[in-house]
Write a protein that binds this ligand. Sequence first.
Ligand SMILES: NC(=O)c1ccc[n+]([C@@H]2O[C@H](COP(=O)([O-])OP(=O)(O)OC[C@H]3O[C@@H](n4cnc5c(N)ncnc54)[C@H](OP(=O)(O)O)[C@@H]3O)[C@@H](O)[C@H]2O)c1
Length: 322
Amino acid sequence: MEYGTIPGLDKPISRIVFGTAIRTMMAGESADELLDAAVEAGINAFDTARGYALAERSLGHWLTRRGKRDGLVLITKGCNVGPLGGNRVNRKTILSEMDRSLETLQTDHVDLYLLHRDNPDMEAGEILEILNELKEAGKITCIGVSNWTHQRIQAANEYAAAHGLSPIVASSPHYGLPDQLEDPWGGGCISLSGPDQGPARRWYREHAMPVFAYASLGGGFFSGKFKAGDEAGAKKILTGGLRKSYLRPENMERLRRAEILGEQLGASVSEIALAWVLRQNLDVYALVGASSPARIQSNCRALEIPLSEAQCQWLDLERDEP
Ligand SMILES: NC(=O)c1ccc[n+]([C@@H]2O[C@H](COP(=O)([O-])OP(=O)(O)OC[C@H]3O[C@@H](n4cnc5c(N)ncnc54)[C@H](OP(=O)(O)O)[C@@H]3O)[C@@H](O)[C@H]2O)c1
């Protein structure tokens, strides 16, 4: 396992982050064995959210049973988009959901707190003031956001610098080999993938902003559960918003290339896709949801796959030859 750090957190963070938006955890079932297997594989970071049905409860159950959480990095998110698409980022909801998260996770603080969405009707500085209150109260160690544009993160951090506040130190957009070509869940999902996001990636590079890349396998597009060109198979795996976002000809071509390279390197397509996202010139942590210890171990193996720059560019359709 490889580890990185983010400003303000005095513990390492595994480059593979366990995503808890999986069926069993969202149903509130015990995931103790799976979470133990993740720790066994070297994963110490766990991403959950108030909006993942009962996933926080399942994670909290494991944390309590485990007893100690010193070496773990707990990430949760608040203010997901409402069921009818309404924006829920406001002072009252941020404060109340934070308390509900701590209660459900059975802990007194989280290491990294992310707002699940932005609210463009609020000033970025006004939102940052509220997140600083949570930090001052000791409920969160680091401030982050998910699905914010880099322009809004910059505005918030300029406000922080001008007002002596703690800035945003991590961001969680979609990022991965599959391009997210439409907003899968509504409410302004933001992606760093694909040819149009070059300026955003440049900003992340220049500001050394850590990327917690969500749906790094495209919600299963790069799971190997269907082959390139198999639209019917893809439709069985990708439901709802995932279909319109990822099931596109250019992603099928990326999948075809991952299959070819995987064959050559003796790796699965999911390992190739994770190796790709972890080998970009960005400070990336890959968030991935997996339902078995074997898959968790496979995801960790991705860190050992030596992809060249040319192979990465070829996988992302930037050149014709690997
Ligand atoms: N901030 C946000 O708005 C946001 C949005 C989406 C997701 N997230 C976070 O990102 C995490 C990951 O996203 P996700 O779970 O939606 O999608 P994902 O990780 O891109 O893909 C999950 C799919 O990949 C499969 N998979 C995982 N490892 C595999 C392996 N080694 N071999 C083959 N298949 C494998 C899983 O299969 P099985 O389930 O069958 O194992 C599942 O079908 C979430 O759990 C959540 O924490 C955040």
